[in-house]
Design a protein around this ligand. Structure first.
Ligand SMILES: [Zn+2]
Length: 462
């Protein structure tokens, strides 16, 4: 029994139509974690689909709950020999809201539909399609070799689209139960549709509000303009002190000391391309001297997500009483996440803006993570995927976006290797979410080969 046979088994899962029919059933379950009415469906997804599938592969399944979680967690374990390495798998069965009314004619979020070589449906890429591919790639290896040759712990959560409440706490409380060596999981997009991709972490993110409330109510700009401070002007200057006219960050605590050589080398052949519908990159935006890939995967970025002063819909002749902006910093490993807001406050005082209130109430916040691109498991994974697909995978030190990878990297202490099975144009989180069918087949190929290789003696030490 050989590697090629394991890959053929995985490809047959696609070619025979079984992946499509399995995924159709999963997509038909409206597991919207942001919709409280769907709570029963969240449990059903695990009990009716994931548990039977994993049990049929010899996994021992346990449902875990946490008081602050949106839905249950399923931990499935298959321990062949405690002395073998343990791979940690992760996926989420919940989806973002369906937005039923906004899908194109003839498409529905809850019915998998094939059109022009794409599979449409909510969750086909985020994340049902991705974990069902991985679990069935494990199955193909088991069917071929009779065993995996390593241990697996697979965690499926049902609250990721609501910010994974309880996941962090659960991992902290269950460190022993979740103990493993390497995370190999799939979520998010490839660099582009054609190119298999591996990413090793995620940028961190902190979202915060800047606001100035100068006084109550607006005052006539003819009678009072010139003697009342204008919060809109003050806020515009404050933002200008944070970033240059070309978007370069001006707070030194917010940018890394340097771009590490391993990161620069990893992204040297990565071209950012949003496809025909993607935006045109502004080459002179951001940190001078960096390529677009270095900027997104190796550096930090600051954006103003929204801002307001006065009444934009119906402007009046008045000095506005207040101004507000919601801002965001995306940051890489090396930035002290705890110091991002204190550094901002120091900066604002130093530049003469003591009137600005900085608030992070309830905002999104993830730490930055990145496994060393030179780790032996990274090289091993890249070589395995190249051998199976005949394509040189893109290596991204971290995703430009954010995901709670710090839970796995920092709390569970895992090496984190992500192999995404989607692409930037997939409309995840929007109407018409879809998976190009050829990616599904290539992903099964790559994952079956990778799981096969992990069960061989040539795998790296843990
Ligand atoms: Zn999502």
């Amino acid at each position: 029994m050989t590697r090629a046979q394991a890959i053929a088994h995985a490809q047959d899962y696609y070619d025979s139509g079984r992946l499509k029919s399995d995924l159709s059933r999963l997509v038909a379950m409206p597991t919207e974690s942001q919709n409280p009415e769907r709570a029963p469906v969240l449990s059903e997804y695990l009990d009716k689909e994931m548990r039977p599938l994993l049990e049929s592969l010899g996994f021992e399944c346990k449902t875990l709950n946490h008081p602050i979680a949106k839905g249950p967690f399923l931990l499935a374990q298959r321990i062949e020999d405690p002395s073998l390495p343990t791979i940690f798998g992760y996926g989420h069965g919940d989806v973002i809201r369906g937005l039923d009314a906004q899908w194109s004619e003839g498409l529905s979020p809850w019915k998998l539909t094939e059109r022009d070589g794409r599979w449409y449906g909510r969750g086909v890429v985020d994340n049902k399609g991705q974990h069902v591919i991985n679990i069935n790639a494990l199955k193909a290896v088991l069917e071929t070799r009779g065993k995996l040759g390593f241990n697996v712990k697979y965690l499926i959560e049902m609250g990721e689209e609501s910010g994974s409440p309880g996941l962090r706490e659960l991992c902290e409380e269950q460190k022993e139960l979740f103990k493993a060596d390497v995370l190999i999981a799939s979520d998010g997009p490839r660099l582009n549709a054609e190119r298999p991709t591996v990413f090793l972490g995620a940028r961190g993110v902190i979202t915060f509000d800047l606001s100035i409330v100068a006084r109550e109510g607006g005052h006539h700009s003819g009678n009072w303009g010139g003697i009342l401070s204008d919060p809109a002007i003050q806020l515009a200057h404050a933002i200008a002190s944070i970033a240059s006219p070309t978007g370069q960050i001006r707070i030194h605590e917010w940018v890394p000391k340097e771009l590490p050589r391993a990161v620069r080398e990893a992204v040297a052949d990565c071209i950012i391309d949003g496809g025909p519908d993607g935006p045109v990159i502004d080459p002179n935006w951001g940190e001078p001297g960096l390529s677009p890939a270095e900027q997104v995967f190796g550096w930090c970025s600051f954006d103003v997500l929204a801002m307001k002063s006065g009444v934009p819909e119906t402007p009046v002749n008045a000095v506005p009483p207040s101004a507000w902006a919601r801002c965001q910093l995306r940051f890489v490993v090396g930035i002290d996440a705890q110091d991002v807001i204190p550094a901002l406050k120091r900066h604002l005082i130093r530049h003469g803006f003591p009137m600005i209130e900085v608030s992070t109430n309830g905002s999104e916040r993830f730490g930055a993570t990145r496994l060393d691109p030179e780790d032996a498991w990274v090289k091993f994974t890249l070589a395995s995927i190249e051998k199976s697909t005949g394509k040189k995978p893109a290596l991204l030190p971290n995703l430009g976006g954010s995901l709670p990878n710090d839970i796995f990297a920092d709390i569970l202490g895992l090496r984190t290797i992500w192999v995404p099975h989607s692409y930037p144009g997939c409309s995840q989180h929007a109407p018409d979410e879809h998976l190009p069918a050829f990616i599904a087949r290539e992903a099964l190929t790559a994952m079956a080969g990778l799981y096969w290789d992990i069960g061989e003696p040539g795998r790296p030490a843990v």
